[in-house]
Design a binder for this molecule. Structure first.
Ligand code: AMP
Length: 206
């Protein structure tokens, strides 16, 4: 099975796409954002270290992220990397312990991601993701899956969103050229419904 990287700005739909791809293809899902949020929720030393960076919209240091990913990767399974790598140093570090076969780049403009992030809500209990405009829950404020309370992520507040986008442009956008040079990049327009994006990516992976 292939190792796949999902690349794209915050709000491009990486997490939503990842859940569907995991269901359809059985990948091992490695989302560094989800892993860090779990550490923060548990109050571990790593969580305490990461929280300040995350709340400001900055990146957690590369060595911390690489150690976290390395212990999760399983060479027997195809891995779907979501939100990782986010810097060229992380991409180089990843190559030292596993290979990357395809990089799916979700292309979308800043205006659309800002709109999406401001209306994104997540379940405080199970982590399911909603959008108040395009994918609202059946009952306002309650998770369809588990009935948990829907909340706004701390880093989806407008000031932090602007910073996350700047950091993306500075640190993560260079990965597009990095993977294009290696012949691995597949561009997918992401300004469409989750179903349309999923179909386009599924076709690439098949
Ligand atoms: P995400 O859920 O992918 O948007 O990640 C939320 C936050 O976690 C980011 O804004 C960063 O602070 C941190 N984070 C997640 N993944 C990484 C990564 N690969 N490198 C550095 N920081 C990360």
């Amino acid at each position: 099975m292939k190792n796949v990287v999902l690349l794209g700005p915050p709000g491009a739909g990486k997490g939503t796409l990842a859940s569907r791809l995991v269901q359809a293809f059985g990948f091992l899902h490695v989302s560094t954002g989800d892993m860090l949020r779990e550490e923060v929720a548990k109050g571990t030393p790593l969580g305490q270290l990461a929280h300040g960076y995350m709340a400001r919209g900055e990146l957690v240091p590369d060595e911390v992220i690489l150690a976290l990913v390395r212990q999760r990767v399983d060479a027997r399974k195809g891995v779907l990397f979501d939100g990782f790598p986010r810097t060229v140093a992380q991409a180089e570090g990843l190559e030292r312990f596993t290979s990357v076969d395809v990089v799916v780049f979700l292309e979308i403009g800043q205006e659309e991601v800002v709109r999406r992030l401001s209306s994104r809500r997540v379940c405080g209990a199970c982590g399911a993701v909603y959008n108040l405009v395009t994918q609202p829950p059946r009952e306002p404020g309650r998770c369809d899956r588990c009935g948990g309370p829907l909340v706004q992520r701390e880093d989806d507040r407008p000031e932090v969103v602007a910073r996350r986008f700047e950091v993306y442009m500075r640190d993560s956008a260079p990965l597009v050229a990095y993977y294009a040079q290696r012949g691995l990049l597949r561009r997918v327009p992401a300004d469409r419904s989750p179903e349309e994006v999923f179909q386009a990516v599924a076709q690439i992976l098949r």
